[in-house]
Design a protein around this ligand. Sequence first.
Ligand code: NI
Length: 646
Amino acid sequence: MSQGNQHQHRNQSQPSRPAQGGRPSTNPYDDADPIRVRRTHHQSIPAPASGAGQGAAQPESARLVPGSAAQRHVQAPRRVEVQRTNAHHPSVEQRRAALRSESAQRTNAQAVPQQRRAPQQAAQAGAGRGAARPASQGKQPAQRPPRHQAPKPTPQQIEAARREELRRQYHEVSPDRAYAPSARRSTERAERQYASQQRRQEKHPDRHVRPRPIPGDDYFRTPDVVFERGTQAQSPVTKRVNHAPAIIACLVALAIVGVVAYAWMHRTVQVTVDDKQVNVVVNSTLEQVLDASGQKVSPGNLVAVTGDVITPSDGHAFSATINGNAVDDDQLASTTVKGGEDIKFGNGDDRTEDYDVVNTTTVQPQLKMEGTEGSVFYVKQWGKTGTIETRKGKQSGKTADVTSVDVQDLIIQRQGIAPDNDQKLVALTFDDGPSQYTDKYLDILDQYGIKATFFELGQQVDEYPDAAKRVVSDGMQLGSHTWDHKQLTKLNEQQVSDELGPSFQKIQDVTGYQTTMLRQPYGSINDKVWLYSKGTMSVSVFWTHDSEDWKVPGVDKLVSNATKDMFTGAIILMHDGGGNRDEDVQALPQIIEAWQNAGYQFVTISDLMKSDPRIPDEVTSGDEQMPSDAVWPTEISKDSTSNAIP
Ligand code: NI
């Protein structure tokens, strides 16, 4: 072999083999890794057309000493020669090409059946032809063909042959694989990795071989994938799921949420303080709002249970109303604003010293009648007990009786009924029934299609239950007229109870109709009767027009009494019991027509009361019961008005 040949080979093959004793190598393959060294020896970089490197520059050889160890190493035979533009720094494409070629050879050597290796062997033979094999290169594979035997195949030919062989293999093993590139590549990769591990273990039996390729090492990148995709192969390591981006995204999202929440919780809102707009942070306390408004108020004093001042200006700092509602002194510190409130501040209230309750007194309600005129009496307010505490101040030592719960008196209101909205309403009432005449009254009322109110005696309901039932079934209103028509104002407490309770109960037992409405006999009623009623009645009804039918005055007089001086809210008194009622039966149609002709509408007592908005709704029903938390008084208030009907 001539010196020129040596130069030629050196220049065309991998340059700059480890220059033992020579200058430092810059070859990335040139390191102490025996695997990489081995790979470098087997590097089958596809060579360009034969002779292409003859005229190439030889900068490296000029600096190498012929015959030295480095020189001999450079002259080591190569399967494939390649023309490089930069001998010291093989490009990525050159490295990939070398890897492809090596892979092809290895695959052929291990997997290709003997009868199918001919083309590849021919290519290898061509690639390696002409390469001498120095005795110093003991590591060179034994099957390496001699050089100078046949024209070298081009890299394209080698690659084509390798791919054709691969295609035949996988068609043979499994035709489906030809249509499943990913499966085929996966199998190839596994085979290569296995072969790689085998080689490494042969070389270093005592070294632990990782069961998978080293990430980032081109040697373990699959040449086929590099070729197919034109990019780096997917190493198993790169297929690991990387959680870092998701975690970072979550942290960023949490940070954003936190910032938004903080901004929302500290946003500025506007409130109105004494008709001026004030900007404050949301959820500011009233004290903060007061400071922001700049308004000056005076604090209250600390006072004893008796009201005497203990320490001036040691009371509540301020008082406040929000949207017109006063804020309790003990809520001033905890009340915050949301924005939009209308706030008014005032001087602070006095603050009472801490105290002990040494005694408690219950205050009973009293019955108080209000109003002096009118046709109806009704419960305007139910009675409730109050509480008086005897308090002893811890600081002052003084004692005082203080009302802790205000008492609520029972209030009986007397008033006339004044229908609103210019309604012209009148109510017919019939007392002392039921009797044998009641059916005739009901027939007439049905004929005119009007409703009336029947105040029945308990003993009469007991005697004429069917008549009482028809009153109810015909849609009339029903009330009590006591049990047997005694004058209530002349009775004691027990007698009043005996007249009222049983009559209400009798009506309910016979007709199922519940009522707490009374027509007092003779119209006689006073605050004492109400006190004795003990909550069994809610309304007592007087009248405005007395027909005086009990006098049997004749039909014309009877009609005249019932129709004179008409006004809205009138209540006409007639009777369907207590004697001969023939005149009533004759007069009733005339009375009805007279009022109707005057434009009046007949209604029940309940409907008449409902027409007056001053009367509480629960009372107008005529059957209101005393609430469970109410207390019936035992005495009459001195403030009660004198409104008795004797
Ligand atoms: Ni009567």
